[in-house]
Design a protein around this ligand. Sequence first.
Ligand code: SF4
Ligand code: SF4
Length: 221
Amino acid sequence: MINHLMLRSSGKPSIWEKRPLPRLQADGRHLTPNRWLWPLTWLAALFFAFVWALALLSYLLPPFELYHNLLHGELTPNQFRFLAVGSTLLFIEFMFARHLFCRFGCAVGLFQSLAWMGNDRGMVVGFDKQRARECSNCNNACENVCPMRLKPRSIKRRMFTCTECAQCISACEQVQSFQSDITLLKWVLDEEAIAVTGADDGREPSGKENAPDPSGKDSEK
Ligand code: SF4
Ligand code: SF4
């Protein structure tokens, strides 16, 4: 939700994005940034930061006591301090890091990624490179929608932090619904997945504006 609000406010899903994303969306809609939505973005980040801090505290204290104190304005000084500091830190994280934390700070995500990388046959987003030329009619819709700011047409080791959310596949399906109606991105596994783990085989299409950086370095910044 915060990603989306930030995109609606600034045209960028994250403040670290160098340039605004194309206004043309995968489904054909045009998204015009509206800076008046910034307050809503800040409010959403603040709200979720508080909810997360509250949820964290409920791991440490009996939830009944915590919610009772909160609803009756009887938080103890320590409870108040925890919620204030936790909400502040999470607010900063939601506004300025977000996907960076998901990529590099979350232990659960890290170990899941390590297990996934260790299984060459594991399910992964596969790209039909035989039809790469068809990407020249597209504005990198699959990359624009990726919440982890990855390049879904890359090989697996460059998608270490993929959460398998499938938003890139959905975007390609929408783009291709106006063209061949056959998506270029799809889930692959077993033998097909092994091909995705291989060395860089020049899968990136050429001859297009906004072509992704084949090194994948952009997405790592
Ligand atoms: S499945 Fe989700 S996280 Fe993975 S590359 Fe596609 S959009 Fe990005
Ligand atoms: S794979 Fe699909 S969504 Fe991605 S650039 Fe090519 S046509 Fe567009």
